[in-house]
Design a protein around this ligand. Structure first.
Ligand SMILES: Nc1ncnc2c1ncn2[C@@H]1O[C@H](COP(=O)(O)OP(=O)(O)OP(=O)(O)O)[C@@H](O)[C@H]1O
Ligand SMILES: [Mg+2]
Length: 374
């Protein structure tokens, strides 16, 4: 298990100021799980990963793996990166130019403390090369490969040792969309099969949702929320997370008070009164934001449906996307985006009814500390 407690890492910038690149980072990754650091460019993902690897010296905190402390500011412990025995793929991956593909992938096995027979090395290397789709290139000089192929080779080299901790920094960023999806699938299969404890860094939310057991969403050096992919998507804790992961509508609101049912709150908004769900506690008069995803807004063409959270609106704009229909709908003096079944025929200008499931109208706070980095 990996444990990161109260990690702070900072850099001096050109002007002599300090950049607080990672602040108060705390998380734990159980053995065999894949944990993702997700966030926009500059939010501190690479800094956190490099601190775990020992390539940056944090200012304070504690990092331990399977009970062994590899960094502790209080006890003055700093284990050198090469003694941590982690497998790594960097954002700017490096392959060894004077070796062919096979030799590159076999290198960690050749120089490691554990001895392997020629046959063992061959089998292990060919297994990882096959997994990343490079088995037919085993004899090719590594430099005579495309960027995406080199990236896959870097991944194979990190996997071949079956390390106790695998650190991957945007390992699929140089692949085209099709290949990225195939590799995502392969990576997930291998990670699960071999039970490799993995920290995965990405700014791609669908990659994070598809691969992870748990995700930490980061903003400006801090963790904005940790949770399972479903938690992060369905129960965002703040506006930053709701906005960064997936598409959503925000409706400014004032809390009126608790409503019938668990975690239920009544709020007033510019489009009217709403029944919502909150996972934090709110008091009457609190300013809040309601996040409701386009797919959680039902569109009804002819009849006003029964129930709560029903509003009348006008179709302002529509986009047909094959498997679904995106409708911009004017309600009062604002617009909301609804993702509807393509069978909805209402043309622009027509009256429709919207119903918003109270369980999917999430009442959250707008934390000013969590803003998108430049
Ligand atoms: N060596 C360095 N010296 C000074 N500042 C740095 C250094 N490395 C990173 N930073 C700064 O620290 C902050 C976090 O950078 P980091 O590389 O961790 O971001 P990231 O989340 O990995 O972004 P990206 O998605 O663009 O790779 C940024 O403001 C960055 O400019
Ligand atoms: Mg980075």
């Amino acid at each position: 298990m990996l444990s990161v407690q109260n990690l702070y890492t900072e850099y001096p910038n050109d002007k002599g100021e300090t950049v607080k690149a990672a602040q108060d980072i705390c998380f734990e990754v159980p053995e065999g799980k894949l944990f993702t650091l997700l966030g926009p460019s500059g939010c501190g993902k690479t800094t956190t990963l490099r601190s775990i690897a020992g390539l940056e010296r944090p200012k304070s905190g504690v990092i331990s793996v399977n009970g062994t402390t590899v960094y502790s500011s209080a006890n003055n412990v700093f284990v050198a990166p090469n003694r941590r025995n982690f497998g790594m793929v960097f954002q700017s991956y490096a392959i060894w130019p004077h070796m062919n593909v096979f030799q590159n992938a076999a290198f960690p096995l050749e120089v490691g403390t554990k001895r392997f027979s020629k046959k063992e090395i061959h089998d292990k290397v060919m297994r990882v090369l096959t997994a990343v789709g490079l088995d037919q290139f085993a004899d090719r000089e590594a430099t005579k490969m495309s960027g995406g192929q080199q990236q896959r080779l870097a991944l194979a080299r990190a996997l071949v040792m079956e390390p106790k901790l695998l650190l991957l920094d945007e390992p699929l960023s140089n692949l085209d969309a099709k290949l990225r999806e195939r590799m995502r699938f392969e990576l997930k299969r291998m990670q699960r099969e071999l039970g490799l404890t993995t920290i995965y860094v990405t700014h791609d939310q669908s990659e994070a949702l598809a691969l992870s057991h748990e995700i930490a969403v980061m903003s400006t050096g801090r963790i904005a929320q940790i949770g399972t992919p479903r938690d992060i998507y369905e129960r965002p804790r703040n506006k930053f997370v709701a906005d960064f992961v997936g598409l959503t509508n925000f409706i400014e609101a004032t809390v009126e008070g608790p409503d019938e049912g668990e975690n239920s709150y009544r709020v007033s908004t510019g489009i009217g009164q709403l029944k919502t769900t909150a996972y934090d506690s709110f008091s009457k008069g609190d300013a809040a934001v309601i996040s409701v995803r386009p797919e959680d807004i039902r569109v009804h063409e002819h009849q006003r449906p029964e129930g709560v959270n029903v509003f009348e609106g006008t179709v302002a704009f529509k986009v047909f996307l094959g498997e679904y229909l995106d409708l911009q709908i004017k309600v009062g003096n604002r617009e909301v985006l609804a993702r509807a079944h393509p069978s909805i025929k209402a043309p622009v200008g027509d009256k429709v009814y919207l119903s918003l499931d109270p369980a999917k109208c999430i009442c959250i706070v707008d934390d000013p500390k969590l803003k998108k980095a430049a």
